[in-house]
Design a protein around this ligand. Structure first.
Ligand code: ZN
Length: 258
């Protein structure tokens, strides 16, 4: 099982080493900003290393929205991050499912997702496999509830889109973790990455606050079960720096070894 962590982008390989992580995820630019990623001096080194790499796209990206001033730059930013992610040999580029404005129809959002992949295809396609991640909050989210996820996949499935399952987001978003992999697989047919996180908040709270695996409100055995059932690599996006994340990684490894 390939287990690792979301780490600071400064020196991802050193961060991986500090956590005994076989896989790392990091940002290539400010997650709250609109800047294209700058070329990395260590790109070849990261690409050549044994550590598997995932890149997380900025949070500001929302390709679903009806707001043109967000949607259009979001498409472009996603494309530039996919290009940059390829330079570090990333296995996937994770992007949140996005959300609509209060009075909007979700079906417009799903169609905007479809147009995003159609637009990318016109540019030669995304240079890195895009993984859409489920989210925790909002009444108009495209990938919070799985009924919405199913409609999203109806719109984008033909483009070979990947999926990233976040256990905190599922729990806080109101999707039970019991048998969750089966329910996701019935919709997407694939899980490319697990974000193995605890939650500081209750079921269906709509709050996105990650916790360490053994201290949050999620039974950590359910996280272990999801990783095992998916067979996918897992990344912890948990607090506590190298120490807290190392504990979470060690916990997952020992449980998965049984
Ligand atoms: Zn996540």
């Amino acid at each position: 099982m390939c287990i690792g962590a979301h780490v600071d982008p400064g020196d991802p390989l050193a961060e991986a080493h500090a956590r005994d992580a076989a896989v790392v995820q990091f940002f290539l630019a400010d997650p709250q900003g609109w800047k294209d990623p700058a070329p990395r001096a260590d790109a070849e080194q990261i690409k050549a290393s044994d550590v598997q790499v995932f890149v997380h796209a900025p949070y500001v990206i929302n390709v679903a929205t009806t707001n043109n001033r967000i949607r259009i730059p979001s498409r472009k930013l996603l494309l530039s991050h996919a290009n940059a992610a390829a330079t570090v040999g990333a296995s996937g580029l994770i992007v949140h499912g996005g959300h609509m404005l209060k009075d909007d129809d979700l079906s417009t959002g799903f169609d905007n997702w479809r147009k995003t992949f159609a637009y990318a295809a016109e540019q030669g396609g995304f240079a890195t496999q895009v993984l859409i991640e489920n989210t925790a909050s909002g009444d108009k989210a495209c990938a919070r509830r799985f009924d919405a996820l199913a409609r999203l996949w109806d719109a984008v499935g033909e483009f070979g889109v990947g999926f990233c399952l976040d256990t905190c987001h599922a729990h806080a978003g109101g999707e039970d973790l019991i048998d969750i992999v089966d329910r996701v697989m019935a919709i997407t047919g694939r899980i490319d990455l697990i974000h193995a996180n605890g939650s500081r908040d209750g079921f269906d709270s709509g709050r996105d606050r990650h916790d360490n695996l053994q201290s949050g409100m999620i039974d950590p055995k359910l996280v272990v079960a999801a990783i095992r059932a998916s067979g996918a690599p897992a990344v912890v996006e948990t607090p506590g720096g190298a120490e807290g994340q190392s504990r979470d990684i060690a916990y997952l490894r020992s449980e998965l070894a049984d």
